[in-house]
Design a protein around this ligand. Sequence first.
Ligand code: PRP
Length: 182
Amino acid sequence: MHPHIERILFSQEQIAQRNREMGRVITEVYGSKVGDQGIVLVSVLRGAAIFMADLARCIDLPVEMDYMAVSSYGNAATSSGRVRVLKDLSTDISGRHVVIAEDVLDSGLTLQHLLSMLQARGPASLEVVALLRKDVPGQIDIPLFQTGFACPNEFVVGYGLDYAERYRNLPYVGVLKPEIYM
Ligand code: PRP
């Protein structure tokens, strides 16, 4: 275990197992309706890229992969929930079945804005798969098609999640030792 990690919450094996389960559900649910066109998997850079890359390989359908980059205005406590798009999708999602692969649902502001923005483009369907749903007070009620794990409200890093751009490459999700960020 990395010396800056207090404890592991979700191991590499647990995450891989859960990804296989969620990929199987996506394959079953979308298999009959998407045909050759398949689905469009979307992730928000940067944290979710690792989750999406693994989830994509657990889906037995044609999968297009596309990415967005956004930045939030202000902090979660004061923001109106608007996010600024730094990089938009390359794919025209009109009429397409779109699945957003998100690493963590925290305040919910990012997904709230993203969902309304993408919904306005007329996809055939739009769903969210989140690896982690953090247990935070006041979280916006975002409907999730699937959730990997319920996550305690702690400072978690790894498997895409960072602190100051570090720890994204840890293969597990763990709690960062407080002395690292205090
Ligand atoms: C994280 C995460 C989500 C968002 C969730 O991204 O990847 O996109 O925050 O938070 P919310 O529910 O409070 O909106 P972050 O802004 O840390 O960027 P990163 O992916 O580059 O680490």
